[in-house]
Write a protein that binds this ligand. Structure first.
Ligand code: FES
Length: 280
């Protein structure tokens, strides 16, 4: 059993849990995820690792209520226990394989959409600890849904915000900010975009034009995280891949986003049906 050490609401329907899980904390790397099961009857929920502290043996995860299982999870409190907390799973971010010398002069631009700021956080933290230059863009529907801004700023990078309603940062899309930063003369070796699939699609289209290598994380399309359900199947450069076993990160310029969006819509309809069923 895994104890919840801390629970914090980052926004409405977005909760951060700090879990005591020393073995996971010991080997966690940026980009990886865990599979959580609340109790015997619970479904397996894949969640990206938001932070880890090897000395305290804790791992932080961020849960956004999107369906029946995440709704149940969000109701847990500090002191409660989770039955399974398996991980770390999936491949670590590609830059983890680069040495300090290779990373030294690189410049990264991270683009997070909504709750995508959670998986971005450990990546920026890792790079900043090695002194690597990172700019960060966070986009959300409104100010209340912008999460982890201060935490990311504390890592020593510039954070730019865009909101749909203009309640914080610029009124517009993350792509407007990418364009603006590049037009202002900023250069980047790589863009890392994590968020809704549509956002990653448009960021990738833009960075392709701008000729900037782009990595996306398709963590949001995983369902059971085991390689069994097929929900995370994606075509990358004409080849079939599974996000949970081959990813979750892929070359953003090679992903067939339209295929992913089509399948996600199918699953969303089913989840809405189940949400209504459980709340009856
Ligand atoms: Fe089910 Fe990957 S999440 S196969």
């Amino acid at each position: 059993m895994y104890k919840i050490i801390e629970k914090n609401f980052l926004a409405e329907n977005i909760v951060m849990f700090k879990i005591k899980a020393p073995m996971v904390a010991k080997s966690a790397k940026p980009g990886q995820f865990v599979i959580v099961r609340i109790d015997e009857k619970g479904e397996r929920i894949p969640l990206t690792i938001c932070d880890y502290d090897r000395s305290l043996g804790t791992v932080s995860i961020v849960v956004q209520v999107v369906g029946a299982s995440t709704c149940k999870m969000a109701k847990l409190n500090q002191g409660d226990y989770i039955l399974d907390f398996a991980g770390p799973l999936g491949n670590a971010s590609e830059f983890v394989n680069l040495n300090e010398e290779e990373l030294k002069n690189k410049k990264y631009l991270f683009v997070a959409g909504g709750v995508g700021a959670a998986p971005i956080y450990p990546q920026v933290k890792y790079l900043r600890q090695l002194g690597v230059y990172c700019d960060v863009i966070i986009g959300a529907r409104s100010k209340e849904l912008v999460i982890l801004k201060e935490d990311i700023e504390k890592l020593g990078c510039r954070v730019y915000i865009s909101t749909d309603d203009g309640s914080l940062g610029i009124r517009g899309r993350v792509t407007d900010l990418v364009k603006k930063l590049v037009e202002e003369g900023n250069t980047y070796d790589e863009v890392v975009a994590i968020g809704p699939v549509v956002m990653m699609k448009f960021v990738s289209m833009l960075t392709k034009e701008l000729n900037i290598k782009t990595t996306v994380s398709l963590n949001s399309i995983m369902v059971d995280g085991t390689g069994m359900c097929g929900a995370c199947r994606v075509t990358v450069g004409g080849q079939t891949k599974f996000t949970c076993t081959d990813g979750p990160e892929f070359d953003g310029h090679l992903v067939d986003y339209d295929e992913v969006i089509k399948r996600q819509n199918m699953f969303r309809d089913e989840e809405v049906r189940r949400m209504h069923h459980t709340s009856e």
